[in-house]
Design a protein around this ligand. Structure first.
Ligand SMILES: [Zn+2]
Ligand SMILES: [Zn+2]
Length: 321
């Protein structure tokens, strides 16, 4: 994919910037071995393109809620078990600049008569001393378990045998962040460049938990949505990048928005879509040849294109890369 020109909503590096960056990189490459590498100032360059794999990163800040109960025994099990509160029905507001994974809680009034979930209303649970077998093997022999009197079961310690509990509900809520990363490969890339980048990127994404910002990639589009809850209902993010000129990018953004990696029981508060390009410059020479510049340290593909005769000789004999 070539990202250039005037895509709607895409903040792209201008041609001038791409050209400048590529020439700057080539200048540094030349300076390392001026005798063996052609001076970029002497090249007849037709065009410089920013090509290279495009990463699409969707970052979601979402809220997760649940209910927990302070339990005590009930005298009996309920005829009809109480239905717990909907954790989303209460007002719990995180501060406008929230701390992720810090829990907010709200204790609700009232007590619910519920079934004991530890014993499933039977009033008994497995004996922990003998693992429910009824026998213990202490001291080498096999004896009846004293604790449960060889029954393997003891009285449930949560409901004390009644099968029912009384619970005081507390709603909890926390915010967390999730990043989903997809990659749009560029079919214009030569295979050697593709594999070199792919290997490097895989290693990096292992290190930075899914494509962090340490890979030198250039952010070409960024958009943040603050549409609490509605984002989730509308199947996630709607983005300007969906309306630009690049069909393959739309596909990836669309799929990513439909599967943001956040469970549907959680609510998305904020999403940020970022399109990054891993820098690969394609320098199109006037003689019809192309050279790709990429990586750190800088590499060229094909490797011999911009070498001087002396540089080619040095490379042939292994004196220089
Ligand atoms: Zn036992
Ligand atoms: Zn119980």
């Amino acid at each position: 994919m070539v990202v250039q020109g005037s895509g709607q909503g895409l903040r792209e590096p201008s041609l001038q910037t791409v050209r400048e960056r590529a020439l700057d990189a080539l200048g540094q490459w030349h300076a390392q071995a001026p005798w063996g590498r052609k001076d970029p100032a002497t090249l007849a360059i037709d065009d410089v393109l920013a090509v290279g794999p495009t990463q699409v990163v969707l970052e979601s800040v979402f809220e997760r809620r649940g209910v927990r109960y302070a339990l005590r025994r009930a005298p009996d099990k309920p005829a009809v078990p109480a239905v717990g509160p909907d954790p989303w029905s209460v007002t719990l507001e995180h501060p406008s600049s929230p701390v992720l994974r810090r829990e907010l809680t709200l204790q609700l009034p009232g007590t619910l008569h519920m079934e004991c979930s530890v014993c499933g209303t039977s009033g008994e649970m497995h004996c922990l001393r003998c693992g429910g077998s009824g026998y213990s093997s202490e001291g080498g022999g096999t004896e009846s378990c004293f604790h449960c009197r060889a029954r393997g079961l003891v009285v449930c310690d949560t409901c004390d045998g009644s099968g029912g509990v009384l619970g005081e509900p507390t709603v909890w809520s926390l915010l967390d962040r999730h990043r989903e990363v997809r990659t749009v490969e560029d079919e214009a890339l030569p295979m050697d460049v593709f594999f070199a980048l792919h290997g490097a990127r895989t290693q990096r994404s292992d290190a930075t938990d899914g494509g962090g910002s340490s890979d030198g990639s250039v952010v070409i589009h960024e958009q943040t949505g603050e549409r609490v809850h509605a984002l989730q209902r509308s199947q996630g993010y709607r983005d300007d990048a969906l309306h630009g000129a690049e069909a393959r990018l739309h596909q990836v953004v669309g799929k990513l928005a439909a599967a943001p990696g956040v469970p549907s029981t959680d609510r998305i508060h904020r999403q940020r879509l970022e399109v990054r390009q891993v820098p690969v410059y394609q320098v199109c020479l006037r003689n019809g040849e192309s050279v790709f510049i990429y990586g750190d340290p800088l590499q060229l593909s094909p490797p011999e294109t911009l070498l001087t005769p002396l540089g080619k000789l040095a490379r042939t004999f292994g004196w220089s890369r």
